[in-house]
Design a protein. Structure first.
Length: 494
């Protein structure tokens, strides 16, 4: 039967107890939001990447949608409900009559709570975007491993599909620029094949979200939830976890929020320790942008399509790497300075490598768990700084800028991080942040949800250290945050 009758039934307020439904339509679904419920219907369409033409196929897709969203947004997905034909001939939700359609029943949330809407309203701060990154990380670490998918072969198929699609859209996407983006992606893919395959063998290809952009993340009961994961194609959803994250980073960047993209990436790195994956970013970001380019072109949105293609070309021509070390005693503001400067050094930001996070990774504990005193003994400190130097060197050699965030109170520590830049053959800048001890103590006491375990007593101990000759640029952070950041940018000629 035609879905027109079912759509009219779902648009009728009497179907929803008198609530006038809000209709939202995509290329494959129609949603009706009424009261505290949302009802999602799969369109009876056949597209190159899916076939929903038959009722049993739509039923299977509805069941699969519940399953693939269970990890990240299980509280939103309530079940699969039939639309049935009553003996008298009318339609109803549920019931024992003949099933004429299947719907996904969801808990409704306000559209103003979509991450895309919150961004437009200026309501997304660093803490919220870190929550988004944490939600993505939790989804990825719990998602089923799919070593039969992804890797270099999976990404090559995506690039080739993109190229074939763009070849049919020459009226909007100039062939020469489309071919340039494709060739640049294939060149990077060839160099990165060993890393992609290593990550696949390590279990980094998982049954991910697949469509992790800002319109598919909502704030629900105070928590960011990724929802509407791809249910119709394992090839689209069983990908490297960093490729999944790259859609979020690209979308934030394209919306004009590179700073938030940098925060999201670096919080994900703090949580996961997957610094090796940063080398993939130019390729992954570009591939995601090309997909959006041809989707927009297919919809006749020429300006948007070409803006995405411009971005795709820019992503595969990243700026040359450089190393910035930000040091200072606890409470000096070095971590904030490092995070704020990162978006000016790379796309979407320099990798911020923090001893506070590295120490937690070495000890195998969650990022915000307080460590015992023995975790701060001389040997653990040596291991932590050694990992800092090694991680920074690998990132720089992979072509990505780095912010090294540590106290760097000892001259030999500062000399060692400067030597990392020399080994990598990249420019180096060192910033030494300082403020009055009472201000630093107040900042430490006011911290909430901070990875650092430093206390006021730790600060007192640091104040006894002989810093030795200080050759790094000194920045007084006792004033406003904006003034301190301006001094940091000036020191780097940004």
């Amino acid at each position: 039967m035609s879905q027109a009758e079912i759509l009219a039934f779902l648009a009728d307020p009497t179907t929803h107890g008198g609530h006038v439904p809000l209709r939202i339509e995509t290329h494959i679904s129609v949603l009706f939001l009424a009261g505290d419920r949302a009802w999602k219907l799969k369109k009876a369409v056949t597209l190159p990447f899916l076939d929903f033409s038959r009722l049993e196929q739509r039923h299977a897709a509805c069941l699969n949608e519940i399953e693939v969203n269970r990890i990240a947004a299980g509280e939103l997905y309530l079940g699969v409900v039939p639309v049935t034909r009553a003996p008298q001939g009318g339609l109803r939700l549920g019931g024992d009559g003949t099933v004429v359609e299947w719907l996904v029943e969801m808990q409704r949330f306000e559209q103003d709570n979509l991450l895309s809407a919150l961004l437009e309203a200026g309501k997304v701060d660093r803490r919220l975007i870190q929550g988004v990154a944490e939600a993505a990380w939790n989804l990825h670490r719990l998602a089923p491993i799919r070593a039969d998918k992804g890797g270099a072969g999976g990404l090559r198929r995506v690039i080739e599909t993109n190229a074939a699609t763009m070849a049919g859209l020459t009226a909007i996407l100039a062939p020469a620029r489309a071919e340039q983006a494709t060739q640049a992606a294939l060149d990077r893919l060839e160099r990165l094949t060993p890393l992609l395959e290593e990550r696949r063998q390590q279990g980094k290809v998982r049954r991910c979200h697949g469509d992790l952009h800002c319109g598919n993340i909502c704030l629900y009961q105070g928590r960011p939830l990724p929802f509407d994961a791809i249910e119709f194609s394992d090839d689209f959803a069983c990908v490297d976890t960093f490729y999944d994250l790259a859609f979020l980073l690209m979308d934030l960047d394209h919306r004009g929020h590179r700073d938030l993209a940098s925060h999201a990436m670096n919080h994900y790195l703090d949580l996961s320790g997957e610094y090796q994956a940063v080398a993939l970013l130019p390729l992954l970001l570009s591939t995601r942008a090309v997909i959006r380019a041809h989707v927009a072109a297919t919809m006749g949105q020429a300006a948007s399509a070409n803006a995405y293609l411009d971005a795709a070309l820019a992503y595969v021509s990243p700026p040359a790497p450089r190393l910035l070390a930000v040091g200072g005693l606890s409470g000096s503001g070095k971590s904030r300075m490092g995070r704020e400067l990162a978006p000016f050094l790379a796309v979407p930001g320099a990798a911020v490598v923090r001893t506070d996070a590295l120490r937690k990774q070495i000890m195998g504990v969650p990022l915000l768990e307080k460590l015992p005193p023995q975790a701060y003994d001389r040997e653990t400190g040596r291991q932590t700084y050694a990992k800092l130097y090694d991680t920074c060197l690998k990132l720089l050699r992979d072509g990505h800028s780095v912010v090294a965030d540590a106290v760097f109170a000892k001259p030999e520590q500062r000399a060692a991080i400067e030597d990392v830049a020399r080994q990598a053959g990249v420019p180096f800048n060192g910033l030494w942040l300082w403020t009055e001890p009472d201000i630093a103590a107040q900042r430490i006491e006011g911290r909430q949800g901070n990875v650092s375990d430093a206390t006021v007593e730790v600060l007192r101990q640091q104040l006894q250290i002989d810093l030795g000759p200080m050759t790094w640029t000194k920045i007084d952070t006792g004033g406003s945050k904006d003034a301190a950041l301006a001094s940091g940018r000036a020191a780097l000629c940004l």
